[in-house]
Design a protein around this ligand. Sequence first.
Ligand SMILES: *[C@@H]1O[C@H](CO)[C@@H](O)[C@H](O)[C@H]1NC(C)=O
Ligand SMILES: *[C@@H]1O[C@H](CO)[C@@H](O)[C@H](O)[C@H]1NC(C)=O
Ligand SMILES: *[C@@H]1O[C@H](CO)[C@@H](O)[C@H](O)[C@H]1NC(C)=O
Length: 621
Amino acid sequence: MLLPLKPLVAALALTGTTSTVTAAPLFDSVTTFLSHLTNPPNAAQHLDLQTPGADPTGLNTLSTLGSSAKSVLQKNQAYLLLINATPFTLRRTGGHSYQMPVWDASFPEVVQPGESIRIKIEAKTHKDDAAEMRYVIEELKNQGQGQGGEIEFQYRGHSGPLLQVEWKSLASLNNPIGSVRALTWHQGNNIPFVLSAAPSSLNTSSHNLNPNQPGFSFDPSKHLIAFPGSLPTSSWMKTSYSRLHCLTLRQLSLPGTHNSGMSLLTGGTPLVKALPASVQCHSSSMTVGSQLASGARWFDIRPVIAGGKWATGHYTFFNGIKLPSGLEQIPGLGDLAKEIGALGGGDKDRALDGWQGGNGQLLSSIISEINTFTAQNPGELIVINLSHGLNTDTFSGSGNSNAQAHLSQQEWDNLMTELLKLTNRATHLTLPNIDLSYLPLSALLPPLDPSLPLNSTTPLRASTVLIVVDDITSSSSSSSTNTLTRVNTSPFAPQGIFFRRQLSIFDSYANTNSLPAMMSDQLSKMQQHSQKKQNDDDDMDMFLLSWTLTQPVETMVTGSIVQYAEEANRALGEKLWAGGQMGKEGRYPNVVSVDAFGADGEVTGLVAGINWFLAEECPAL
Ligand SMILES: *[C@@H]1O[C@H](CO)[C@@H](O)[C@H](O)[C@H]1NC(C)=O
Ligand SMILES: *[C@@H]1O[C@H](CO)[C@@H](O)[C@H](O)[C@H]1NC(C)=O
Ligand SMILES: *[C@@H]1O[C@H](CO)[C@@H](O)[C@H](O)[C@H]1NC(C)=O
């Protein structure tokens, strides 16, 4: 039996976190080891469609069939994930379909406020497959100016599977009446469409009917928000400022990225260089700058010194991980075992020893991308959380056994000095030890015009970068003892660099590669957190939803972090809004942290919808 080296190397690569993996046989037997190689874990268990495998469309296996046989077997299947994050009721008004095995019966009569519905769609693969379904927003129909309050979902087979929304007789922000928006097709999976509006819209919408009623009037073309289309991802906070200006970081919800710098591999240990996908958390085009442009506002930056330069990194310390005994006896595996041993830094008995990992985007590149973004996009709040600092230059040789490679205080001082190159630091927040989590957006973002006083109510705000250092450092004051203390940021306090307690957040990842287990872990932590918040008089930390899968060593075989994460991100909207639980007891995340952050803006659209519908309302500007 011959197994390719690549998956085997991957099998021995990294877990998703910087942690210590202690000595234990990697697998208890050769049999379990081999079964891990041949039975990839199923990441897509939340779907009731068949799990999309390596060949989700079935096109490859079908390619040998004649075209008529193909069209019988092939299907375009997906779910429209319709999220009604408004106080309005959506009522089905009618539709039509041609050559659609599943369409009409999937759409419910009514979608209630706060409800999310997963609507199964199935088409054959003919060019003339087509279908429509219309919904009216009851409270907005017949509201003058020819508005009938109606939108239409449309399926079109002629240019591949296409699902789109036509704004028939209803407008939303940046989606005028008559416009059509394509949704991104995800074969066999969720395609989100989110409508959102503030809770009070229900009251103020009636003002449109009665011109004598004073006060704020709900205007769908300004105050109804749809994903896709309403909020440009590079300026979604600025576009939402009138809705968000009074909200504190404890009330806001921000899209975040996990291991933000790991979109590419700029160096690393030989084992990881053999399979970059084992440490890469975002696709290679999604650098921090692209993540910002696609809406991410909270960044997990893990600084490392690598070859004397500042980079981001993703490392794990292995304390002598052994291959299963008897592996050498299997024909074809003996040599591979040795090869892994050599790559992994150990010998054939201790296959993985010391630090394994890789470096991502360089800090200088991240700084210049952020500066370019803030210069072009005023009015956005950016949070950078620095943790897990390591000096990889101390790894080599016998130093590789040094599990404590924390950056020293001196190295942190050098790093914080580097960070002063970030423009738009929050140097206007000068109160010592201020708790950032209680500041409203209007205080976090200074006026764009620097000649205006900080308390000016102008809606034109500058962008701000909050830098939070959350790490420990080893100070070897005496040569024999290493004491671990928190990084001292105080000399940098006037420079917009803050310490952990100034932005304290509950952040606890599930540490599993099973999607169902991760989802139930995170959703129950969010529920517990919101219940605690109720009892503790609002004096609780913020909540970070860690929507990330962690690959245990033995399952790295089956593919990349990014592939798993895309699956998890598809499930995000479905699970967050399931069962009308979102917003109950103030339950919603302050940060939604994901891997494989997408340029499609879906995570951003889901999170922006939370803000518009669930967050406390602000006085009119
Ligand atoms: C709507 O108006 C009613 C009556 O004035 C008021 O009691 C209620 O709180 C308002 N609802 C919202 C969401 O503003
Ligand atoms: C801003 O602060 C100044 C001085 O503290 C005060 O006089 C002024 O009324 C404030 N303006 C606003 C809009 O709060
Ligand atoms: C910073 O990120 C680390 C790693 O994800 C996390 O453990 C920590 O709670 C975060 N701290 C803050 C203040 O966000």
